[in-house]
Design a protein. Structure first.
Length: 560
C-alpha cells in the first residue's frame, strides 16, 4: 500500500513538473517572443507583390518596332511549403527544361520563403507545370525585352536586362523615359500560399514609347554595305552615319562588325560599343574643310587665289609632304582642296595663324560634346592653344594630332550642307506623342562661304581624289581622308590606317550627309579607294529610297 502511494505521488510530481514547464514555456512565448512570432505569422500570411511597369516601345521613324516587350511568366517558390523537394525539382526541371540539381538546390533551402525558379519562362512550358498543381509554386507575369530586327541598329538601340533596366545604348540613355513606374499589391494568403484578400493596390504606370529619327531600311542597307567593305578590304571594322542636314536627324548610325541585340549578354564588349559616338579617330584630310572654310570666312583668300607650292614644306622640326610625289606646282585654293594637298592646306593655315585656327576648330564643335542623345559621348581630343608645339600649325590643319568622333565630323559637314548653320545631331524624334525639346543650333559660316566650299568639294569628286564617290544623276560634294593610326608605343603606325569619305548629296540642294570610316583596311589605305565606293553605294540607295530628285540628270546612263 505504501509502495502504491509512493508511485502515485511520483506520477503526480511528474505531471506537476510537466505542467509547470508548459506553463512557463507558454508564458515565455506569449510574453517574451510574442512580437517576433506575430511578425513571423504576419509575414507568412501577408505579402507585397511588385507589379513591374511595362517598358516603352522604341520605334524607328516609319513606325517599325526596334525594341518591344513580350509577355513571359516567372516561376517562383516558397521552399517552406515544398514537402518533397526532390520530386518537385524533377517535375519542375522537366516542364521548364532546366537542370534538376539547380532546381533542387533552390527548393531545399528552407531558410527563405521566396526564391526564383526561372525568370521570364516560356508561357507554354509554364502551362505544363501549372497542371501539376504543386503546393508552394507560384507564377507571375513579366515582360521580356525583345529586339525584332536582331542585328539592325543593335549598338544604337542597346539592351535591357532581366529586370528590364537599360544596360546599354538608348535603352540605358532613355531609362527614365522608357521604364515607367512599378506598381504593388499587398495581399493576405492562406496556409497554402494562395491569395485570399487584397489589402492595398497601386497600379503600375507604363513607360513612354520613343520614336527615333533612324530609318530601319537605311540603317540595314548601310550595315550591309559596311560588311561588304570590311570583307573586300580585310578591314578591322567600319562605321557610317547618314544625317539629314536640314533637321540634324540621324537616319542611320551603323557600326560593323555588329551583333544580334537579343544575344547581348554573350557578345564581346568591344562589339557592343557605338563607336560613332564613344570612340575617336584622326580624321586626316576630311578635316581640311575647317582650314579652307576659315581662310575663306576671314577674307584671306578666294577659291581662285593661287599659290606656288613645292612637294614638301618645312614646319618647325618636321618636313611634311603631299601624299603623292609631284614637282613644284601653282595651285588655286580650289585645287588645293580637290587634290587634297597637305602643303597647300598648311600654307593656308599659316596665313590664318595658330590663334585663329584654334578658334575655328572650336567653333566647328571639335573638342566639345555635340549633345547627341546617346550615352557615353566623348568630346574628342584637341590640344589647347597653349600646348601647341611649333609643328602643330602643320599637323592640325591636315587632320593629324587631333582626335574626333564620327558624329562630330558628320555634324561639321552638316553645317556646310545647311547654309552654314550647325545643328545638334540627334536620334530621338518624339517621346510619346510629343516632339522632343528644342535643339541647339548656331551659325558658323555665311551662306556664301558654305556654298563656295560646297562647289569646291564637287571638284573633289569630279576630278580629284573622290571620283569613286560619283552617283549617277546627282552632283556630289565630298572629301577623302587617310590617316595613320597612333602607335601605342609612340609615333604613328606604318601599317594601320583609317580611310574615310565625307559627302553631301545632292550638292545643289543638300538632303543627305554621309560619313564612312573604315578601320585598318589591308589591301589599300586610301579614303578615295576604300571609303568612297561605300559612300557611293549608301548614297545611291538612299536617294532612290527617299525619292530625292536628281540634280544632274545629264550624268544618268543613256536609256537603251
Amino acid at each position: 500500500m505504501k509502495l502504491t502511494n509512493r508511485r502515485i505521488r511520483l506520477v503526480l510530481a511528474v505531471f506537476a513538473f510537466a505542467f509547470l514547464a508548459m506553463f512557463a514555456r507558454a508564458a515565455w512565448l506569449q510574453g517574451v517572443r510574442a512580437g517576433s512570432y506575430e511578425r513571423l505569422a504576419s509575414g507568412q500570411h501577408k505579402a507585397t507583390i511588385v507589379e513591374p511597369a511595362g517598358r516603352g516601345t522604341i520605334f524607328d521613324r516609319t513606325g517599325v518596332q526596334l525594341a518591344i516587350g513580350r509577355q513571359a511568366t516567372t516561376v517562383f517558390a516558397d521552399p517552406q511549403l515544398i514537402h518533397d523537394p526532390k520530386t518537385t525539382a524533377d517535375v519542375v526541371a522537366r516542364a521548364l527544361r532546366m537542370d534538376p540539381d539547380q532546381v533542387l538546390a533552390e527548393l531545399s533551402d528552407r531558410t527563405h520563403g521566396f526564391v526564383y525558379i526561372k525568370r521570364k519562362a516560356d508561357p507554354a512550358r509554364v502551362e505544363i507545370l501549372k497542371k501539376a498543381h504543386i503546393l508552394g509554386l507560384g507564377f507571375t507575369n513579366e515582360e521580356q525585352r525583345v529586339y525584332p530586327l536582331d542585328q539592325v541598329a543593335s549598338q544604337v538601340v542597346g539592351y535591357a536586362g532581366t529586370d528590364n533596366h537599360g544596360l546599354a545604348g538608348l535603352e540605358l540613355g532613355l531609362e527614365h523615359t522608357l521604364s515607367g513606374e512599378a506598381g504593388s499589391e499587398t495581399v493576405i494568403r492562406d496556409p497554402a500560399g494562395q491569395a485570399i484578400d487584397v489589402l492595398h493596390s497601386t497600379a503600375a504606370k507604363e513607360g513612354k514609347s520613343v520614336t527615333l529619327t533612324l530609318d530601319h531600311t537605311i540603317q540595314a542597307q548601310a550595315e550591309a554595305v559596311l560588311r561588304n567593305t570590311i570583307e573586300r578590304w580585310h578591314a578591322k571594322g567600319a562605321s557610317a552615319i547618314v544625317l539629314d542636314p536640314r533637321t540634324g536627324g540621324i537616319l542611320a548610325m551603323a557600326v560593323e562588325k555588329g551583333y544580334n541585340a537579343n544575344l547581348f549578354p554573350v557578345v564581346p564588349k568591344d562589339r557592343q560599343r557605338n563607336t560613332t559616338v564613344t570612340d575617336t579617330y584622326e580624321p586626316g584630310s576630311t578635316f581640311k574643310l575647317v582650314t579652307v572654310s576659315a581662310v575663306l570666312s576671314d577674307g584671306l583668300v578666294t577659291p581662285q587665289t593661287a599659290f606656288t607650292l613645292p612637294y614638301s614644306i618645312h614646319v618647325a622640326d618636321r618636313i611634311i609632304h603631299d601624299a603623292h610625289p609631284r614637282g613644284t606646282e601653282r595651285l588655286t585654293v580650289d585645287q588645293i582642296l580637290s587634290q587634297s594637298s597637305n602643303v597647300g592646306t598648311i600654307t593656308l593655315a599659316q596665313l590664318l595663324g595658330s590663334k585663329r585656327l584654334s578658334q575655328w576648330i572650336s567653333r566647328f564643335g571639335f573638342g566639345h560634346l555635340t549633345g547627341v542623345d546617346f550615352p557615353g559621348e566623348t568630346p574628342g581630343i584637341v590640344p589647347p592653344l597653349d600646348k601647341w608645339s611649333g609643328s602643330t600649325i602643320g599637323t592640325l590643319p591636315i587632320g593629324h594630332g587631333i582626335a574626333v568622333t564620327p558624329v562630330q565630323m558628320a555634324a561639321a559637314y552638316g553645317t556646310l550642307a545647311n547654309d552654314g548653320v550647325w545643328l545638334q545631331p540627334h536620334l530621338v524624334d518624339r517621346i510619346g506623342s510629343h516632339d522632343r525639346g528644342a535643339l541647339t543650333s548656331r551659325r558658323i559660316l555665311t551662306p556664301h562661304v558654305s556654298r563656295q566650299v560646297l562647289r569646291m568639294m564637287q571638284d573633289v569628286v569630279i576630278e580629284g581624289t573622290g571620283q569613286e564617290a560619283k552617283v549617277p544623276g546627282y552632283k556630289v560634294a565630298g572629301k577623302t581622308g587617310t590617316a595613320a593610326k597612333p602607335d601605342p608605343q609612340g609615333g604613328y603606325s606604318t601599317t594601320k590606317y583609317v580611310a574615310s569619305f565625307a559627302g553631301i548629296v545632292p550638292a545643289t540642294n543638300p538632303r543627305l550627309v554621309i560619313l564612312v570610316t573604315v578601320d585598318e583596311p589591308a589591301a589599300s589605305i586610301w579614303g578615295g579607294v576604300v571609303a568612297a565606293p561605300a559612300f557611293q553605294q549608301i548614297a545611291g540607295f538612299d536617294l532612290q529610297y527617299l525619292e530625292i530628285p536628281p540634280d544632274d540628270p545629264s550624268s544618268l546612263p543613256a536609256q537603251q
